[in-house]
Design a protein around this ligand. Structure first.
Ligand code: SF4
Length: 957
């Protein structure tokens, strides 16, 4: 790719080698190489290749044989690595080595004695920087999106060839960036040990390139273009009085021959949608509260957006729409709101063109340009700091929002983000020059929100604004979609969690940890103690301050480890039942009287003293900084803001720990949890009740409130949600769904499955799932209530289905939830096992999901701390609380099966209690009325096959 603006102007004749290894596993210290593939290039010209199987002199697992297609017989005939090492070393020479996650391969080669390898150019690193918004960075995925031909994946030679082509494509991307960006990338990389520094030197230009219109400190950014992108227009002009939106106006737009039918290609008239729209119009115009459950297929977002948009524009008022999921936010902003504007224009609504809408998130979602510039311009950077700064520089060329949601951040980058986001700066709107100059993403989003008629937010921000205020612009009308999640989100938002990492991150922020070379707040002070421009007395003072802080931080880290060790022991010892899948113990009056707890209290007191000393150190640091000149401490204002933000974080964290350990509030629940996977111990708190506070802080202050969702009712009434959220005599509407469920869904209820607590239950469950999966050619999803059953079922099903060409994919074991769902949508003959978010976060339309198995009725674990504490507030906790919660979860799970009018499916609840217990009917009666069959397990496969083989349902017109 030739770029005319390329000032580096060299012919690219670099020799380089792309390399890939296949190995017996992922442990670089103990696994062994089974295949080497490499290909040599000069610039873009392919010169040579190197390929060999390698005998690892040990057995290879079936999984690796399956993954690579390499058989033990082939390996037995291959030479050991020692026999190919010299040839490989000669082939590599000192050329740069290119590969996908090349550090992994290099670690194997180093262990096998290959030394003096050339610089490592990781295509994963490069893709992360040059394609910052790409949804995934796996080699196969990148090859697919970039149109790179691949042959056999998971073979060394083929993967090396793919990595080589990917490298060339990414180099072309680098060369396609403007000279100013390339120069800046080079500057960032050169101040770190990041291996890609060599590459940026090669293509980064010589530093004399003309810089774009920018400002000192923001090199590489066209700041004028950025300011233009962030500019907003329009303010909300409230009109006197209220011009109502009449129900019949809304039903005309949502009607069979209405404006939406003319503007939306896939529009279908739905009576339920029109009725909901009328109810929302009435509530907005007359005030009050409305709870409306609208089943799948109603088109509820348009049903509230149309009247909300009409009302907001006519009256110059803001309507806030709150959602739980990012998916729904994206759908509203990207599709439904533009569709609403089109429909209103077509309907002749005079003011529709003036409608402004926007999305506002919490501050932690926005990049703080000031923090980013500070990082980018640090004197030295760790590799991860350099990579993150470079990635954000590339992204900043285009983003108009600065919203993290646009980025794909790796785990390490996400940690960096938490230091670079706008979170933690208070009262910065008037003081920060980035705001005056129109370059603050967060304040730009707020300005846009202030001018918006319809403002989309999430439940967490809604709840936080209700409790602390000042985050959202004023509003009097609110529509809460996905309202069944509101209580849970508010519980999390008003609670607090602290773990050892959070304490360590707080302390490292002051003194600099391993990954924070450029960011420790003491660093500039320590540098000044060596500066000859600072008077001796002052230097001694600063040195004493720095030494004192270092001592306190060191001791605090040690005391923190001690405290969290004691908390782990306490949780493990006091967790009821099996702690092997994670320990969790609620802190009650009784648990605080245990002998071991007094040790926890003593450890906390010791840590508390040190945290107070660190907070004092931060105070002294702030006042020392205020006495330094700008010459001695450049960016002094930034520095003081960072110190203040850190101090605030420390105070909050210490307050949360103190409440949990020593000073509990009766209105809160406290608990200790130990993660099953990472062993991390967390101390958490949550409010016991959120309904009364939500009512007091939010609902009573709003002229109108609409709560909606697909799963709000239990047994056809809304009593449960009304009680939980303390609603005040709302209007209530239950709309059902426009789908013909008796034709679409058969619920097959086996009467002879053992009870879930019975020893034969897991075998019976796996047998039933295997049977339906064969009958439905895979296309089966099984929802579990816990990890242990999911893992057991995975093992059993893999054995049972091994000869049927049906693959079993399990959450937590076979890929990320997104990867699993994508694959399930694309391929037949798959069984997908999920828990947690799969109950409501999965949207799979069509035949891909034909059978939904619900392994157990989704009752909450009785020992869950918040559930247990809340249960105690009911006279009859099982019937008043446990059952309604489980019923709502069951309905959410059921909702995965049918997404469109043409879907047909089978529901298989494999929990006998649904037919044997009196409460079982509450579950079946709460889902839409479908065809029900009760029968033996043995008939399940045949009944499934028969149901799915019926003639397809008619497609929508
Ligand atoms: S106003 Fe705050 S968030 Fe915005 S750039 Fe300045 S410091 Fe960062």
């Amino acid at each position: 790719v030739h770029d005319p603006s390329d000032t580096s102007n060299h012919s690219w004749d670099l020799l380089w080698v792309a390399l890939d290894l296949e190995t017996t596993g992922l442990d670089t210290a103990n696994d062994d190489i089974i295949e080497v593939g490499a290909v040599k290039y000069r610039g873009t010209e392919r010169l040579d290749e190197f390929q060999s199987l390698v005998n690892p002199l040990r057995p290879v697992s079936e999984f690796i044989q399956f993954l690579t297609g390499i058989s033990p017989t082939e390996l037995a005939k291959a030479p050991p690595f020692s026999a190919v090492a010299d040839d490989l070393q000669r082939f590599l020479g000192d050329c740069p080595i290119v590969g996908h996650n090349i550090g992994f391969d290099a670690a194997f080669l180093n262990r096998m004695g290959l030394s003096a390898l050339g610089p490592l150019y990781d295509t994963l690193d490069m893709a992360s920087v040059f394609m910052p918004t790409q949804i995934g960075y796996a080699l196969g995925h990148l090859a697919e999106v970039l149109g790179i031909d691949t042959t056999a994946a998971h073979r060394a030679q083929a993967d090396a060839e793919t990595a080589a082509k990917l490298f060339l494509t990414l180099v072309a991307r680098l060369r396609g960036l403007s000279p100013a960006v390339r120069v800046e990338l080079r500057r960032i990389a050169e101040r770190s040990d990041w291996p890609l520094a060599d590459l940026f030197r090669e293509f980064g230009g010589d530093g004399t390139a003309a810089e774009a219109k920018t400002e000192v400190g923001l090199e590489g950014l066209d700041t004028k273009a950025l300011v233009d992108r962030l500019a907003t227009s329009g303010t909300l002009q409230r009109r006197p009085g209220t011009t109502p939106v009449l129900p019949e106006e809304v039903s005309r737009i949502l009607g069979a021959d209405g404006a939406l039918a003319g503007t939306l290609d896939a529009f279908e008239y739905r009576e339920e949608q029109a009725r909901m729209g009328e109810g929302v119009a009435e509530t907005l115009s007359e005030g009050g509260q409305l709870v409306v459950e609208a089943g799948t297929g109603t088109g509820k977002s348009l049903a509230y957006l149309v009247p909300a948009a009409m009302f907001a524009v006519r009256n110059g008022r803001r309507v806030v729409v709150s959602t739980n999921t990012i998916n729904l936010q994206e759908q509203l902003i990207g599709k439904d709101l533009p569709g609403t504007v089109d429909a209103l224009r077509a309907a002749g609504e005079d003011d529709a063109s003036e409608l402004r809408y926007g999305l506002l998130k919490g501050r932690g979602n926005y990049l703080c340009l000031r923090r980013w510039a500070r990082l980018k311009n640090s004197e030295s950077l760790s590799p991860i700091e350099a990579r993150t700064a470079a990635k954000l520089l590339v992204w900043l060329q285009d983003t108009s929002t600065g919203d993290r949601g646009e980025l794909n951040l790796t785990a390490q980058e996400a940690v960096m983000w938490s230091r670079l986001s706008a979170a933690g700066y208070d009262d910065d709107r008037g003081r920060c020059p980035f705001t005056w100059k129109g370059m603050c993403f967060y304040n730009a989003a707020r300005r846009k929100a202030e001018g918006a008629h319809l403002l989309v937010v999430n439940h967490a921000l809604l709840a936080l604004d209700a409790s602390i205020g000042g985050l959202l612009p004023e509003y009097e009308h609110v529509i809460v979609d996905e309202a069944h999640n509101l209580e849970e989100v508010v519980t999390q938002q008003w609670g607090y969690t602290v773990d050892e990492d959070a304490v360590a991150a707080f302390l490292d922020r002051l003194t600099g940890g391993s990954a924070t070379a450029g960011l420790g707040l003491l660093a500039p002070i320590t540098a000044l103690t060596r500066s000859i421009t600072v008077p001796e007395v002052r230097r001694r003072e600063l040195d004493a301050l720095a030494q004192g802080a270092l001592d306190h931080v060191g001791q605090a880290k040690e005391r923190s480890s001690h405290l969290f060790r004691l908390l782990t022991d306490f949780a493990t010892k006091h967790t009821p039942g099996d702690a092997s899948y994670g320990a969790e113990v609620r802190l009650t009056k009784a648990s605080r009287t245990q002998p071991a707890w007094s040790q926890v209290e003593i450890a906390w007191e010791e840590l508390n003293v040190l945290l107070s000393q660190v907070t004092n150190d931060l105070d002294r640091l702030a006042s020392a900084a205020s006495r330094l000149s700008e010459t001695d401490l450049p960016d002094r204002d930034d520095y003081q803001m960072e110190v203040a933000a850190l101090q605030q974080r420390g105070v909050e964290m210490a307050g949360a720990l103190k409440a949990a350990v020593a000073n509990p509030d009766e209105a809160y629940v406290y608990w200790i949890g130990v993660g099953a996977r990472d062993g991390a111990v967390r101390v958490s708190s949550a409010p016991l009740r959120v309904g009364p506070a939500l009512n007091e802080l939010l609902f009573v202050h709003k002229d109108s409130l609409v709560l909606t969702g697909a799963t709000l009712s239990t047994e056809n009434n809304l009593e449960y949600i009304k009680e939980r959220l303390q609603l005040d005599a709302p209007r209530e509407v239950l709309l059902g769904s426009p789908f013909d469920y008796p034709q679409m869904v058969m619920a097959y209820i086996p009467k002879d499955i053992p009870e879930p607590s019975h020893p034969g239950y897991m075998e019976a469950l796996a047998g039933a799932v295997a049977g339906v999966a064969r009958a439905a050619h895979g296309r089966t999803m099984v929802l579990f209530t816990g990890w242990s059953a999911l893992r057991n079922a995975r093992g059993m099903l893999r054995e049972m289905l091994a000869g049927d060409d049906i693959t079993v994919l399990a959450q937590g074991a076979d890929g990320s939830p997104r990867q699993l769902v994508d694959r399930f949508k694309r391929e037949d003959n798959l069984v997908l096992l999920g828990t947690g978010s799969f109950w409501e976060g999965v949207d799979i339309a069509g035949e891909a999901l034909s059978v939904l198995v619900i392994a157990r009725l989704p009752f909450n674990v009785p020992t869950d701390p918040v559930f247990a504490a809340r249960s105690q507030q009911f006279e009859d906790p099982f019937n008043q609380y446990a059952i309604p919660q489980a019923v709502l979860r069951f309905k959410q799970g059921f909702g995965r099966l049918i997404r469109r009018k043409t879907d047909r499916g089978v529901l298989v609840p494999l929990d006998r209690r649904i037919s044997s217990k009196a409460y079982g009917s509450a579950f079946l009666d709460s889902i839409p009325n479908c065809t029900r069959k009760f029968g033996p397990l043995s008939d399940l496969p045949a009944e499934t096959a028969r149901w799915l083989a019926q003639v397809p349902l008619p497609a929508p017109r």
